[in-house]
Design a binder for this molecule. Structure first.
Ligand code: ILE
Length: 445
């Protein structure tokens, strides 16, 4: 069977950017930054993106393009009969775990979108937006319906296929979301909490660096936000042909994605302080903060509507990239049709997402890892452990299993000034840093 391809390098760029920019930049970035003390976390996050994330993004896309396979197939093809492919399964599992809660949170975003469309959210609910949020998310059925709706849309786009489905969906979307975010940031800066919010975000409180979990949170956020280590970028890279140059594309994706996160911090934190919300409120943070902003703004209802439209669409362009990982795997390994693979994975994820959703209410005292509920446990496992391990494997694969020439050639860096620097980073620096952060987290260094 002929494998699908992107129509152009721009098509790949848009799709990869669409994968990277999503709930991770707005929802996850702000609450993780809030929980980890703001400024110092931001700095570690940006360093993780620049020193580890962007070089590894190039690694991941290069492997995919060279092998022209899904994540498991790529390792099997480039390293036949070697155990590398085992780590491919880790990517498939990560995609599965992440999509399970991603779809639930995106369901909340669509519910908010609907609330602005119908005007239900225009007026501040009795007890405030925070209370309304927990009332909604702790219900049994309603959040499940929105989760099902979101997952259904994701499945439909994925079963239509790479070029038609994914490329088109991103063209209009990125610019709208970018414009919205910048405009909201400008507005947030006029709020009475602006100075305090900016200090929280940009003035590092170095004492938080004594806590090892801040490093792993920053690393995990970088991987999550760049869709790195899970196999989405490898799968997307596999739909590229050799004529497309990778280094500038991957650097551009990494920088854009990080800018989105910083700008959403500028939107959220002034409002967090202006409205007296706890920065460490966790996953509900943006769902409480944003409606407060919109409520205060002139034409806030319309702006809320446009914003949640853009956010929901941005989440779709990310979730399709996650679903594509197991689907591409099943299409090759189990010889399934795109349609049946998407349906099968979608249905299974619906059920694991249902557990996540119930974990916000009826099952809220179910804790899996430490004190974390179902969602936070899945997130911790996938984002802070599996993705960095996936990325580490990719770095070691290209740094140590490939020859230097193969590595440079696969990533279009032969005879460039940056080639040897990138190679040193992926062979030594990035793997060492990831290991150090892990060892530090478990208290060994
Ligand atoms: N990178 C996306 C986001 O930030 C998804 C996360 C795909 C894995 O929302």
């Amino acid at each position: 069977m002929q494998r699908e391809n992107w129509a152009s390098r721009l098509g790949f760029m848009l799709a990869a950017m669409g994968s990277a920019v999503g709930l991770g930049n707005i929802w996850r970035f702000s609450y993780v930054a809030g929980e980890n003390g703001g400024g110092a976390f931001l700095l570690l996050y940006i360093l993780s993106v620049l020193v580890i994330g962007i070089p590894l993004l190039l690694v991941e896309v290069s492997i995919g393009r060279k092998a022209q396979q899904d994540i498991v197939g790529s390792y099997q093809k480039l390293a036949p009969k070697k155990p590398w492919y085992m780590f491919g399964y880790l990517g498939v599992i990560s995609a599965f775990l992440i999509l399970s809660f991603y779809s639930v949170v995106a369901g909340w975003a669509i519910y908010y979108w609907w609330g602005y469309l119908t005007g239900a959210l225009f007026n501040r609910p009795e007890g405030g937006y925070g209370a309304a949020f927990s009332t909604f998310t702790s219900q049994d059925y309603s959040p499940l319906l929105w989760h099902a709706l979101f997952l259904g849309i994701t499945m439909i786009i994925v079963l239509v296929g790479v070029k038609k489905g994914i490329e088109m969906a991103n063209k209009v979307l990125m610019p709208i979301l970018a414009i919205m975010m910048v405009a909201l940031a400008v507005y947030s800066l006029t709020l009475p909490g602006a100075a305090e919010g900016m200090r929280f975000l940009f003035q590092p409180d170095w004492s938080v660096l004594e806590n090892p979990s801040v490093y792993i949170a920053a690393l995990g956020q970088a991987f999550f936000s760049l869709s790195l280590g899970v196999g989405t970028m490898m799968t997307y890279g596999s739909y590229l042909t050799k004529q497309h140059k990778l280094p500038s594309a991957t650097a551009g994706i990494g920088i854009m994605d990080t800018l989105f996160a910083v700008i959403s911090g500028i939107v959220i934190f002034p409002a967090v302080f202006a409205f007296g919300i706890e920065p460490s409120s966790g996953p509900p943070l943006v769902f409480i903060t944003l409606p407060e902003i919109f409520h205060q703004m002139a034409f806030g209802g319309v702006i809320g509507f446009v914003f949640f439209t853009a956010l929901s669409l941005a989440s779709i362009s990310s979730s399709i990239s996650l679903l594509e990982v197991p689907v591409a795997y099943l299409m090759r390994a189990a010889k399934m049709k795109r349609r049946s693979a998407s349906l099968l994975v979608g249905v299974v994820i619906f059920f694991s997402g249902a557990a996540v959703s119930l974990g916000m209410g009826r099952w809220s005292d179910v804790t899996i890892i430490g004190n974390n509920n179902i969602m936070d446990s899945m997130d911790f496992l996938a984002s802070n452990l599996f993705l960095p391990i996936g990325g580490l494997t990719m770095a070691l694969f290209v740094g140590w299993y490939f020859t230097k020439q193969q590595a440079l050639d696969a990533s279009d860096l032969t005879n460039t000034a940056i080639g040897p620097i990138w190679y040193t980073v992926i062979k030594y620096i990035a793997p060492l840093l990831i290991l150090l952060i892990f060892l530090n987290a478990i208290g060994i260094v």
